[in-house]
Design a protein around this ligand. Structure first.
Ligand code: NAP
Length: 272
């Protein structure tokens, strides 16, 4: 039997167990997936302990993604190293991955949104925005990052530009209307809209030529997505990023294709 799990603090509300268990059931894999509460400062011990106990793989959630990337207990992929955050560990190979980044790209691809040659505005410059900016810049996308704390947007843009050898620009939120006017895709990578009826972007700035991807997934239909739909824009829910980061973790651990639709169904049953 294979054993997987997620470490975090808090971790009690993680939706990964139902999503992964549904995948095991659908594929007939003899495996289980549990939540493990790990306190800050105990990450290395947790990884060594999980290996010693014979676990096969772990997902990593807030606040441990950076700490796992910094340990030398596991070896990071180049992408996880660049992003400086890990959300998936293969404990058999002791290798650490960032599947949030590719999860965001695959969420858009699932909706037939190709990134190559497109102009994307990412609102936010935190951990999720960072993963998305690195991933999208790698796929031929022109990326603009706008953030409330503008220095963080400038810093992220400089770093991605240097590593990816592509032009990524940083902006304050004051510039968001003109950025969106010329953009193909808008990504909300802030926490605005999570458990509250708020949006980081005024409705007047949205237009029908946009694809609007809100990575906030509680609620599934955020105010931003509802308003985007009202102006005729195509919308992509954040739950798809959660599904695809999980699907990619499944594929890393099992070397089999993930049953994406089954994982999506399991997740949607848990989300409002
Ligand atoms: P984080 O590192 O804490 O970053 C939060 C970002 O939100 C920062 O850019 C922050 O701006 C901005 N922000 C917060 N409050 C704001 C406000 N009132 N107005 C404008 N900007 C504001 O968080 P994170 O890990 O990147 O996560 C961000 C969101 O993405 C969370 O809701 C998380 O649940 C979601 N997420 C979803 C997935 C998925 O699979 N769908 C994966 C990862 C994360 P400042 O820099 O100015 O503080």
């Amino acid at each position: 039997m294979q054993t997987y799990g997620v470490i975090g603090d808090p971790v009690e509300h993680s939706l990964s167990p139902p999503m992964h268990r549904a995948a095991y059931e659908a594929t007939g894999l003899d495996a289980d997936y549990s939540r493990f509460h790990v306190n800050k400062g105990n990450v290395e011990e947790a990884l060594r302990g999980a290996k010693a106990l014979g676990l096969d793989g772990l997902n990593v959630t807030i606040p441990h993604k950076q700490a796992v990337a910094e340990t030398d207990v596991v070896e990071n992929t180049e992408k996880a190293d660049e992003i400086g955050a890990v959300n998936t560990v293969d404990l058999n190979e002791m290798r650490a991955y960032n599947t949030d980044a590719s999860g965001a790209r695959r969420a858009l691809e699932h909706h037939n949104v190709e990134l190559d040659g497109k102009s994307v505005v990412i609102v936010g410059a935190g951990g999720a925005a960072r993963a998305i900016a690195f991933e999208f810049a790698e796929h031929g996308t022109e990326v603009a990052v706008a953030n409330r704390t503008q220095e963080k947007a400038f810093g992220l843009a400089d770093e991605v530009s240097e590593v990816r050898d592509s032009e990524v620009t940083g902006h304050s939120l004051d510039e968001i209307d003109s950025l969106i006017e010329g953009a193909d895709v808008l990504v909300n990578a802030t926490s605005v809209g999570m458990e509250e009826d708020e949006t980081p972007v005024p409705r007047d700035f949205l237009h029908s030529r946009l694809v609007v991807f809100d990575i906030v997934y509680t609620p599934r239909r955020t105010r931003l997505l509802k308003q985007a739909e009202e102006v005729g824009a195509k919308t992509v829910e954040g739950s798809w990023m959660l599904v695809y980061q999980g699907a990619e973790a499944f594929e890393i651990w099992t070397r089999e294709d993930a049953p994406v639709e089954v994982m999506d169904d399991a997740l949607k049953r848990k989300l409002r």
